[in-house]
Design a protein around this ligand. Structure first.
Ligand SMILES: Cc1ncc(COP(=O)(O)O)c(C=O)c1O
Length: 491
């Protein structure tokens, strides 16, 4: 206590403010997992991590490429002659070959309908750094961005913490599959105006995190018209551009503005190789702006978060291998589709439905029928049961600012097939237990409520300490070992 108070006086406002957003169930789920992580042999009753948007389905393909191309890794006998050139200081524009390879890759991911200019590629420490850099370029502390909700939980931290930006949610509803409508945008914009909040733009993810859905052409055109009329910015986080496994296809905002009469200076893209290639540890983020001044400023800022030249060198080589990239993207989509199908069909069999989606590393599970009450409180009560009894770390919709309680984000690509089977079995058992314990006439319509009443009365149900906001952050160096998955991952 004394320590905290003293630090509060000694450290900066940024160091001590709580805009990092750690006090949310999203991160509490991580703590629960960290305390008791599932392992098939050593801890088969542990918590299964389903709150991590990581793509672990194609590492065999990457491994094969690395073994076949030893010169691309400069710390090998075949590559070491390049070591000195790469290890010395590099221009913060980035290696030319790297920018060219990334621009080409982004074009390919967008279906080769647009050409990206390598001179507009600005490096950053992951999409996390890229999003913050864009905000630093576009907004002053106290300004706001409209963000369609539900939105990526990390935005609370990435967009706001150090920049002083405010987020104004644009409320999207399940009644139209969470589509972003012009009416909702106008409503959020006007509400901000009435509160004297200066709206500088709209930021969204396409494909959506947490929904896994893809924006359609009409909605995108309407978004561009909206920002154009208001003379504000549009930032599209396209980090899941290639993480799409069935139709409709992904359309980049770059393609949309090609045939629109609009101010291109307002359009900016954030990209990263964390999801599409499954390299979150490499911290490769990209700011791609159509605005020369933003490119210029972001590039100057990029000195604070450059990608290691060793990584640039390796990726320049890998991404230029067109045959490999084509095969990787095809195979990745196939494996994601299969995994998504296994999960959602398995849930369907026990009566749990999900929002129809075809992208991302997660799906949006509808647990509204299982809520004791249709409130955030009801949602969090169910979530605690799922964490502490079913032992699955899924993320509650409220941590994505979803205005309708009862939705949960479930990540499906960060585990092996055996773990999937265990996770599905646990959900099945949980749901069936509820059904069995119901009286016959309740069985048909109200089994879920009974199930929850029983679960909530369980003594193991709710570990207060797990939820205490006073607990150390999941990223706290005091709390975790360096090998903890909480230290290594954040999404
Ligand atoms: C929409 C979105 N943006 C940004 C990020 C951060 O990505 P990175 O690991 O590249 O910083 C994530 C990670 O989950 C994300 O889902």
């Amino acid at each position: 206590m004394e320590f905290t108070r003293k630090n509060g006086q000694l450290l900066s406002r940024i160091a001590t403010n709580d805009r990092h957003g750690e006090n949310s169930p999203y991160f509490d789920g991580w703590k629960a997992y960290n305390k008791d992580p599932f392992h098939p042999a050593q801890n088969p009753d542990g918590v299964i991590q389903m709150g991590l948007a990581e793509n672990q389905l194609c590492f065999d393909l990457i491994k094969k490429w690395i073994l076949e191309n030893p010169d691309a890794s400069i710390c090998t006998a075949e590559g070491v002659d390049k070591f000195k050139d790469i290890a010395i200081y590099q221009d913060y524009h980035g290696l030319k070959e790297f920018r060219e390879a990334v621009a080409k890759f982004m074009g390919r991911v967008g279906g080769n309908r647009v050409t990206f200019d390598p001179n507009r590629i600005v490096m950053s420490g992951g999409a996390t750094g890229a999003n913050e850099t864009v905000v630093f370029c576009l907004a002053n502390p106290g300004d706001a961005f409209l963000v369609p909700s539900p939105y990526y939980a990390g935005f609370a931290r990435d967009l706001r913490w150090r920049t002083g930006l405010e987020i104004v949610p644009v409320d999207c509803k399940s009644s139209n599959n969470f589509r972003i409508t012009r009416a909702a945008l106008e409503e959020a914009y006007e509400k901000a105006q009435r509160s004297n909040i200066n709206v500088k733009g709209v930021i969204l993810t396409n494909p959506s995190n947490p929904l896994g859905t893809i924006l359609d052409r009409e909605t995108m055109r309407s978004l561009v018209s909206f920002v154009d009329e208001k003379n504000i910015h549009l930032v599209c986080d396209e980090i899941y551009a290639a993480t799409v496994f069935s139709s409709p296809r992904f359309i980049s905002i770059a393609e949309i503005i090609q045939d629109m009469d609009c101010n291109r200076d307002l359009i900016h893209i954030v990209y990263s190789l964390s999801k599409d290639m499954g390299f979150p540890g490499f911290r490769v983020g990209i700011v791609y702006s159509f605005n020369d001044a933003v490119v210029h400023c972001a590039r100057k800022m990029s000195s604070f978060g450059l990608v290691s030249s060793q990584t640039q060198y390796l990726l320049a080589s890998m991404l230029s291998d067109e045959e490999f990239v084509g095969n990787f993207l095809r195979e990745s989509s196939k494996r994601l589709a299969r995994r998504h199908c296994v999960f959602t069909k398995g849930l369907e069999q026990v009566g749990i439905s999900c929002l129809k989606s075809n992208g991302g590393l997660f799906f949006w599970m509808d647990m509204r029928p299982l809520l004791k009450e249709q409130t955030v409180q009801g949602e969090l009560e169910l979530w605690r049961v799922i964490i502490s009894e079913v032992k699955l770390n899924v993320s509650p919709g409220s941590s994505f600012q979803c205005s309708e309680p009862g939705w949960f984000r479930v990540c499906f690509a960060n585990m092996d097939d055996e773990t999937v089977a265990v996770a599905l079995e646990r959900i099945r058992a949980f749901v069936l237990k509820g059904k069995e314990e119901d009286t016959p006439d309740q069985k048909s319509k109200r089994w879920h409520k009974k199930s929850l009443r029983l679960s909530f009365s369980s003594s193991r149900l709710y570990d207060e300490s797990l939820m205490s906001p006073r607990m150390l952050s999941p990223h706290s160096p005091l709390m975790l070992s360096p090998h903890s998955p909480l230290v290594r991952a954040r999404t």
